[in-house]
Design a protein around this ligand. Structure first.
Ligand code: SAH
Length: 500
């Protein structure tokens, strides 16, 4: 695995300054031990006019096999063979990117105490990677590096065997980039785009990869036309991570411009080229389960409480049996995104008449929420501090009292099955709690008992024999007419709820 970085200079601004910027002296050959082998840095040429730094990674194939074992996408059937026939030691890939980030760490961060002004300024660069595995070929290489400020992007297909041109090209290209860029920017692009082009299993995808990607992508990724493909491939198509990254990038874009184009975020995950590998996202499975339950409850006037960015409202709108849909959320930002998603201003009167988005908190009773067929609380309760839950319980089950209430929440037992979730972590930074199946059941049964509902439980997502499904759904049903509050009187309910 090999990569060279060259620059040119003048007697006043010698090219050998590259040594300062990379924090590696041009007169020395140095070796560093990295997690996958030994990285060597040396300078094949070093004069005032031209200076080239080379990074060579000597991969330890045994360590690679050991580390790779038991990880990755569900044990590829050819895993045993892959131990022997494997281009990892030779091709510039994710491993080279990892080595680069270890060896050129300060340069990647743009830090240079010796000459800060040079580190901050563009310099004439030529980068060459002689064997770059490129899934998507030269065309994709151009799409990825083209928008990033290089004056020359060259990706020449490497023939499978130079003596037998009739065999055609290999999956490798010889990459040459030339242009005036800041060294740190160039290194950050390579750090992200080498593994993206390689698109093989990475050896390091962990939750903090999203942060790493955002840091390395600072200043160029948020507006890159191929950012969807880049994020999805970089994160090895881990959908939850890709979604997180897409949302974070969208925030960056928002901060940079006021142009809120929600569709681009939504599609960030849904439109990657590799549809056959794409699992149905859990959020979509949840919506399907909710729609199913609403239909079988015969609901037509529906509250989506904590509607967030309006994905469920959008799905409800597509089915004409839902004649009135009210989305409520406490977050104005979420509602703004929801209304753009629904294109409310562009819907015909008939359609837009079916939807209302309203800001409000679910921990306060709201008379306007009375008299509906059904209310959905999808992934909402876990966002409330536990002591606030009785207030929500009363507002929904005691005051609004729809005939059917659907509540979904994560099943914390399933968390051990998320490959990328560190042990003991919740799935989302804003989750105040996550319950086991028993905890959810106990809560739901108490709520049902207190307010005259019956409750049934359904799994959502693949049900694991040991730890159950990733999402749990409770379907509450009352036989009393909508808006009717017969048995218990309001005060008693409220007190009870608060005492709970
Ligand atoms: N129902 C959506 C969103 C879930 S995220 C879905 O299934 O994808 C949780 C949502 O609940 C967020 O949009 C948050 O703003 C909202 N929320 C949290 N506490 C709330 C409260 N007290 N009142 C109203 N909405 C609340």
């Amino acid at each position: 695995m090999f990569l060279t970085i060259s620059t040119t200079g003048t007697p006043e601004r010698p090219a050998t300054d590259l040594g300062f910027l990379l924090h590696k002296h041009p007169d020395k050959a140095q070796s560093f031990s990295t997690s996958h082998g030994i990285a060597h840095v040396f300078y094949p040429e070093a004069s005032a006019e031209r200076c080239t730094a080379a990074l060579l990674l000597e991969v330890d194939p045994v360590a690679l096999v050991r580390r790779g074992r038991g990880k990755g996408r569900g044990g590829a059937p050819d895993a045993a063979l892959a131990q022997y026939v494997n281009d990892r030691p030779y091709a510039a890939s994710s491993l080279l990117a990892v080595a680069m980030s270890a060896v050129f760490k300060s340069a990647l961060n743009g830090a240079c105490r010796a000459m800060p002004e040079r580190a901050g300024a563009p310099l004439p660069l030529r980068i060459e990677v002689p064997a770059l595995p490129a899934r998507g070929g030269a065309e994709l290489v151009h799409k990825l590096f083209g928008p990033l400020g290089w004056t020359r992007v060259e990706a020449e297909a490497v023939p499978l065997d130079a003596e037998f041109p009739q065999w055609g090209d290999s999956r490798y290209v010889r990459l040459v980039l030339e242009g005036e860029l800041r060294l740190a920017d160039a290194l950050r692009q390579l750090y992200v785009l080498l593994p993206v082009l390689d698109d093989a299993k990475h050896y390091w995808v962990a939750p903090d990869e999203v942060d790493k990607l955002l840091r390395a992508g600072a200043g160029w990724l948020a507006d890159h036309p191929e950012r969807k493909l880049i994020t999805s491939r970089y994160l090895s198509r881990r959908w939850s991570l890709t979604r997180q990254a897409a949302q974070a990038l969208e925030l960056v874009r928002l901060a940079e411009s006021d142009d809120l184009d929600v569709d681009r975020v939504d599609n960030a995950v849904d439109e990657t080229e590799d549809t056959e590998e794409k699992p149905v996202p859990l959020a979509e499975q949840r919506r399907t389960a909710i729609l199913e339950a609403l239909r079988s409850a015969g609901a037509s006037r529906v509250l989506d409480l904590g509607c967030g960015q309006g994905q469920l409202v959008q799905a409800l709108l597509k089915d004409t049996r839902f004649t009135e849909i009210v989305g409520v959320d406490v977050s104005m930002r979420a509602l703004t995104i929801a209304s753009r998603r629904l294109k409310l201003d562009r819907l015909g009167e008939r359609q837009s008449g079916r939807v209302t988005l309203r800001q409000g908190s679910l921990t306060y009773t709201d008379k306007r929420l009375g008299g509906y067929d059904a209310a959905v609380l999808s992934e909402v309760i876990e966002h409330l501090d536990l002591p606030r839950l009785p207030a929500l319980e009363y507002a929904v089950f005691g005051s609004a009292r729809p005939r059917t209430v659907l509540v979904t929440t994560p099943n914390v037992e399933y968390n051990v099955r998320w490959e990328t979730l560190p042990a003991g972590h919740v799935r989302h930074g804003d989750h105040r709690f996550e319950w086991t199946r028993a905890e959810f059941r106990a809560w739901a049964e108490k709520v049902a008992g207190r307010h005259g509902y019956t409750v049934a439980f359904e799994p959502v997502g693949p049900e694991d024999p040991e730890v159950g499904p990733p999402t749990q759904l409770a379907v509450f049903t009352t036989t009393a007419a909508a808006g009717d509050k017969p048995a218990e009187n309001k005060i008693k309910n409220k007190k009870e709820a608060e005492a709970a």
